[in-house]
Design a protein around this ligand. Structure first.
Ligand code: BGC
Length: 303
């Protein structure tokens, strides 16, 4: 359930592939950057890889400093899902068994991806037979000038968010939701991604670029334009947050067709609940209860 390629027309009507990916499954297996991946059971971080649910303690794999990231050692990105084509969509399904990566409950997950006119749409649904935690996202890396066409510093980005999650040195939220006003995190008016990317704002400095969750405050929640292609991406979701990640650790030079897809050569808009929500009961909950159905969507519309 990985987006390998998204081809859209540029201002001259030439086809442009706007996401990073690999040519072969072997490269996906060898890679650790989650290019285009469906992330689960819990995307982003869980502090110290531990949580308590219904009085029971659960321990997860630690794979990001002292914390758990993107579902653990073998997250949802590491499985070949069942798939079925339905018109312009593909429906991917898998059962994540009780205890997989330490998470409770047999979880039935479905991810439906495809095109509704010029919107690439992802629809998630999930059910569990025991209370569990869930935070699904898609980790597509966009370069609207075309995958492999250099860094995204001159892309213009707007994010409809008044606040962001302040993080510690390991990118784990402290619990504070700070105003973006007068910080490098302010994308309420369009600005280039590069404008404040070297700013002293701790969240940007510590991460070598953007790697933070924005609290979505209006819809659609983001708009980005490739300066060379004229392609605009308008993103929307029903999730409360979005992680803007500017490929700060990408060193992979094995992009599709041998294209260079290195440092800051793309940006991700990972729609999700706030990281480490299980330790912040005041935030929207990531608990999925037995008998409930989780449903969510994200859309990326190209103009
Ligand atoms: C995280 C980054 C991490 C990246 C891995 C992002 O969602 O926030 O910290 O390096 O995924 O590719």
């Amino acid at each position: 359930a990985t987006v390998q390629s998204l081809i859209v027309p540029d201002k001259n009507k030439n086809p442009v592939d706007v996401v990073l990916g690999h040519d072969t499954i072997e490269e996906y297996v060898a890679g650790d950057c989650y290019l285009g991946a469906t992330i689960g059971r819990v995307g982003n971080r869980i502090g110290e890889g531990k949580f308590e649910l219904n009085g029971e303690e659960y321990e997860l794999f630690i794979n990001n400093g002292p914390n758990h990231l993107h579902g653990g050692k073998k997250g949802f990105d590491r499985f070949v899902w069942d798939s079925k084509q339905e018109g312009d969509f593909v429906v991917f399904k898998r059962t994540s068994p009780d205890g997989e990566e330490g998470y409770p409950g047999n979880l039935e997950v479905s991810v439906k991806m495809g095109w509704k006119e010029n919107s690439f749409t992802i629809e998630y649904s999930a059910e569990t037979d025991k209370d569990t935690v869930l935070n699904l996202t898609n980790h597509s890396y966009f370069n609207l000038n075309g995958a492999g066409s250099g860094n995204i510093h001159n892309h213009v980005l707007e994010i409809n968010a008044e606040r962001f999650t302040v993080c510690d040195e390991n990118c784990l939220p402290t619990g504070e939701l700070a105003p973006v006003e007068n910080t490098a995190m302010d994308f309420r008016k369009p600005k280039t991604i590069g404008k404040d990317i070297e700013n002293d704002e701790p969240c940007v400095k510590l991460s070598r670029g953007y790697d933070s969750t924005f609290v979505i405050s209006g819809h659609p929640f983001a708009k980005a334009t490739g300066d060379l292609s004229g392609i605009t991406l308008v993103a929307d979701t029903d999730q409360p947050g979005v992680q803007l990640y500017t490929a700060n650790f990408l060193t992979d030079s094995n992009g599709k067709g041998g294209l260079d897809c290195g440092l800051r050569s793309a940006f991700c808009l990972e729609t999700q609940h706030f990281p480490d929500s299980i330790h912040h009961p005041e935030w929207p909950s990531v608990i999925l209860k037995k008998g409930e159905k989780f449903e969510s969507f994200t859309s990326y519309t190209f103009i």
